[in-house]
Design a binder for this molecule. Structure first.
Ligand code: HEM
Length: 144
């Protein structure tokens, strides 16, 4: 599987879960889990899809870094939205540190993404190894 396919597949899975939760909230008139729904859709669907779309178009110099970035982003949003949902349902403050872990991983993933983007945007130097013409000679240009 390619990195962009992974990101888009995870994003679409998050969208399915997020939209399902949205429909559940709307039909039951129970909006307890609204923050979890919003973060699942925005960190899971939107952010992961944007990572995937970027990786699809980029000539990746550091593919392993991209996989690490996407993996951290996945663990981050799953941990954060899961712990947030658990906190909202139980009101147990013991879930708060877990939300912090998920949020920190999401932040780290975004920082790694920025690092990747900066690396990609640096101009690459192509070394020209073709022999130079001998001194006093000119390249022959053929016309028509
Ligand atoms: C089937 C699709 C979806 C359904 C049925 C749905 C449903 C809902 C519902 C019922 C609420 C609570 C609204 C309220 O309390 O006034 C809500 C809030 C929210 N949704 Fe969705 N949603 C869907 C998709 C999405 C997507 C794709 C995103 C983001 C990409 C999203 C982001 C949000 C956000 C940010 C809020 C919080 C809004 C606020 O605080 O006022 N939702 N959604």
């Amino acid at each position: 599987m390619r990195i962009e396919q992974y990101c888009i597949a995870v994003a679409a899975t998050a969208a399915l879960c997020g939209m399902g939760l949205g429909i559940f909230m709307a039909t039951n008139h129970d909006f307890t889990l609204m923050p979890a729904h919003a973060h699942l859709n925005l960190l899971g669907w939107v952010s992961m899809a944007l990572y995937g779309l970027y990786y699809r178009g980029a000539a990746l110099l550091r593919i392993r870094l991209a996989w690490i970035q996407a993996g951290i982003a996945t663990v981050g949003f799953v941990t954060m939205t899961g712990a947030l949902a658990a906190l909202l349902l139980t009101l147990d403050p013991r879930f708060e540190p877990l939300i912090g872990v998920g949020a920190s991983l999401s932040l780290l993933a975004m920082a790694l993404f920025l690092f990747q983007v900066v690396i990609e945007s640096r101009p690459t130097r192509i070394r020209d190894t073709s022999p130079l013409p001998a001194e006093g000679t000119f390249p022959v240009v053929e016309h028509g």
